[in-house]
Design a protein around this ligand. Structure first.
Ligand SMILES: [Zn+2]
Length: 225
C-alpha cells in the first residue's frame, strides 16, 4: 500500500516514498522474481491458480505524482498497479489531510494512467470515513464515485479502497451491494474479497524491512484463507 511517490522535505503522515527509494523497491521485487500487478489482475490470477510470484501494488488517493513518478518507474519494470482515486477531488488537492498539500491527478492524468495499463479504482467521492456517513451519503460515496470514474476511463471500475482503512460490516456490505468486485482495507478484523488486507510500505523500507513485510503479509493471508 503506497500513497505518494515524490521528493519531500516533511511528511508527517509517512505517506510519501522518494522516487529513488521507490525505484529500489521495484528493483528489489524484480530481483526476487516477483512482479507487481494491479489488484484486479492479482485476483483474476489467484482465481485461476496463477498468482504465484505476483504482488498487488496499490496507490491510495490518486496523487498527481502517481502518473509523473510512479507509472514511469512501474513501466520500466513491466509492472502494473491499482490507483484509488477520490472522484470528487479530481485535479484538486488532498484537502482532507492536515499534512503538506499535494496535487491530485487531473482527468487527463487519470486517462493517461489508464492508457498506460494501470487499473483505476475508487476511493470514494470526498475521502470521508465511511462508518460516520449516513445511509444516503454512504450510497452516494460508493455509487457516484464509481459512475464518475467509469465515465472518465470509458470502462468498468471494479475496485474500491476504504478511506483511512475504516470499514465495519455495514460498509463492507454496502460496497458489495454497490457492485464492486473487491475492496481493499488495511488491517480488517474479518478479511474477505471486500476487505482485503494490505501492508503499508514507506520510505524507510529497505530490503530487510520489505522482506519482513512480505513474510508477515503472507502469513496473515494464509492463516485466514
Ligand atoms: Zn486515502
Amino acid at each position: 500500500m503506497y500513497h505518494s511517490v515524490d521528493h519531500f522535505d516533511e511528511d508527517p503522515h509517512l505517506v510519501t516514498v522518494s522516487p529513488a527509494r521507490f525505484a529500489r523497491q521495484m528493483a528489489w521485487l524484480r530481483a526476487r522474481g516477483l512482479r507487481g500487478v494491479g489488484m484486479g489482475e492479482l485476483l483474476d490470477a489467484h482465481a485461476a491458480g496463477r498468482a504465484r510470484g505476483l504482488v498487488g501494488l496499490t496507490f491510495d488517493d490518486g496523487y498527481a505524482d502517481f502518473v509523473t513518478r510512479a507509472v514511469p518507474a512501474l513501466l520500466r519494470y513491466g509492472f502494473g498497479a491499482t490507483v484509488f482515486v477520490v472522484s470528487g477531488r479530481i485535479g484538486a488537492y488532498n484537502a482532507w489531510d492536515d499534512g503538506p498539500r499535494k496535487p491530485l491527478m487531473t482527468a487527463d492524468q487519470i486517462r493517461t494512467a489508464a492508457d498506460a495499463g494501470m487499473e483505476i479504482a475508487s476511493h470514494g467521492r470526498h475521502h470521508v470515513s465511511l462508518p460516520g456517513a449516513d445511509d444516503t451519503e454512504l450510497r452516494e460515496e460508493l455509487e457516484e464515485s464509481r459512475a464518475v470514474l467509469e465515465d472518465l476511463v470509458e470502462g468498468p471500475v471494479t475496485g474500491f479502497a476504504y478511506p483511512y482503512g475504516h470499514a465495519s460490516a455495514r460498509e463492507v456490505e454496502a460496497v458489495r451491494a454497490a457492485g464492486y468486485d473487491y475492496a481493499c482495507d488495511i488491517s480488517p478484523d474479518e478479511p474477505g474479497r471486500h476487505a482485503l488486507p494490505r501492508a503499508y510500505v514507506g520510505d524507510r523500507d529497505g530490503p530487510v524491512r520489505l522482506r519482513a513485510k512480505i513474510v508477515r503479509h503472507e502469513l496473515r493471508r494464509r492463516s485466514r484463507v
